[in-house]
Design a protein around this ligand. Structure first.
Ligand SMILES: *Cc1c(COP(=O)(O)O)cnc(C)c1O
Length: 425
């Protein structure tokens, strides 16, 4: 679900005409729909409400300060993965006890900052990290709460061709090692080890892998409790698929339908860490056609957005629908399906101007005839879009614009050339 729709052939975000918005803020630009974010956040909160659950939005997917403040208003918790993200949460005014801190490489500085900030749970990924956390908490005389990330060894891609099989990962510890881990560290007075953390990958477009992972974790919790450990929290992670294409991923309620009954009578506090399912479809990248070019039997639309703004296509073949912001007269609104083929369509590669052949936003897209100056919307760009943007080729980063109803505001201004060299000697 999202609040982008065509009205009389013009694309709107909620009640804002994106042509008018682009005329004011320029292109390329990220646009976010607050209503879409709220819908998806609430869907998770409601779906998991039968449990004692906290929805911790994974802010590496979308971390603009004004967006985070909305989530604070809505009562969300947060999943962070760095000192910088801890800092963002403090500035957003988050209740830091509802923040969980993951990551395999937390430095002393990051841990000390998170201890001082009062972060709720440290999700710990190795013995060495636990020992370091306990040492730093003791030195600060500030007890912390920790959960062990276990690798339940489930394949999150069960229904695709690309079966990766069982593989060592740098994340967490294998489930067989967990009992030894709790035996060694379960009684530490400064790092109270009282939870388990799972995060099986992303995006996971099916529900079974969660069921399998949670079932394994519950069996482990029983063994740990039998051995005298106190376990009061299970964090089931994120990775819930998002609809890059219509109907591609189950929505929160469908995941919860299978997951809630497993956890209902465990007495555990539950943490859920969705990122992309909340933020993905809330965002579009607006970009303007600069040049059209034919080469061999290919047609290119060269646009002012690029891999520096949205790297997902270049990085891991991420798919984003790309449609004109203004449709040709009388054209039907496009549907987000690969079968979409408007009358008089041309197949075009939508590419950026960066000096890399991997700089594309979409390949072989059937689009109405394009012209220099046309605006295009790159859909499903709210997650891992701006947060992965770079200044490569000395391209200033785009603005971010937040839409609420019929109003919008620039919540990050377009970077200037001065910004490019500001931190340099
Ligand atoms: C990245 C991440 C998430 C969010 O993943 P999504 O695919 O955006 O839902 C949640 N938890 C952890 C630990 C992560 O690293």
């Amino acid at each position: 679900m999202d609040l982008y729709a065509y009205r009389s052939g013009r694309l709107f975000c909620e009640d804002v005409d994106l042509t008018a918005l682009a005329a004011e803020v320029g292109t390329p630009a990220y646009v976010y729909s607050a209503g879409t974010l709220r819908h998806h956040y609430r869907s998770f909160a409601e779906a998991f409400a039968p449990l004692d659950a906290t929805v911790c939005f994974a802010i590496k997917s979308l971390s603009n300060l004004s967006v985070l403040k909305l989530f604070v208003e809505w009562g969300a918790g947060f999943d962070v993965v760095s000192g910088g993200e801890v800092f963002r949460e403090q500035r957003a005014g988050a209740d830091m006890s509802r923040v969980v801190f993951a990551g395999v490489g937390k430095t002393d500085r990051e841990i000390n900052e998170a201890i001082a900030a009062g972060v709720g749970v440290f999700n710990v990924e190795s013995e060495a990290e636990f020992e370091n956390l306990a040492r730093l908490a003791r030195a600060a005389a500030a007890p912390v709460t920790a959960a062990l990330r276990v690798n339940p060894d489930v394949d999150p891609r069960t229904h695709t061709y690309t079966t990766t099989g069982k593989k060592e990962t740098k994340f967490g510890v294998d489930i067989e090692r967990a009992e030894r881990f709790f035996a060694a560290y379960g009684r530490d007075a400064y790092a109270r080890l009282t939870g388990l953390h799972l995060h099986i990958g992303s995006p996971v477009n099916t529900i079974e892998p969660y069921v399998e992972a949670i079932t394994k974790a519950l069996a482990l919790i029983e063994r740990l409790r039998a051995a005298g450990s106190t376990i009061d929290t299970l964090d089931i992670g994120g990775g819930f698929g998002a609809d890059y294409e219509t109907g591609q991923a189950p929505q929160a309620a469908r995941y919860a339908e299978k997951i809630v009954p497993l956890l209902a009578r465990t007495g555990l506090k539950i943490i859920v860490e969705p990122g992309r399912q909340i933020s993905c479809n809330a965002g579009v990248l607006l970009t303007e056609v600069q040049y059209l070019k034919a080469g061999g039997d290919k047609h290119f639309a060269i646009v002012d957005g690029s891999m520096t703004d949205l790297i997902r296509p270049a990085l891991y073949d991420g798919w984003h629908f790309i449609y004109p912001v203004v449709l040709p007269d009388g054209a039907e609104p496009p549907v987000r399906s690969r079968q979409y083929a408007p009358a008089g369509a041309m197949k075009v590669d939508v590419v950026g101007g960066v000096c890399e052949s991997s700089d594309f936003l979409g390949k072989e897209r059937r689009l109405p005839a394009l012209h220099r100056g046309d605006l295009l919307a790159v859909f499903s760009a709210g997650a891992y879009g701006f947060t992965m943007a770079s200044q490569y080729n000395s391209r200033p980063r785009t603005p971010e614009v937040l839409v609420e109803g019929d109003r919008y505001r620039v919540v990050r201004r377009r970077e200037t050339y001065e910004d490019l060299i500001d931190a340099e000697a």
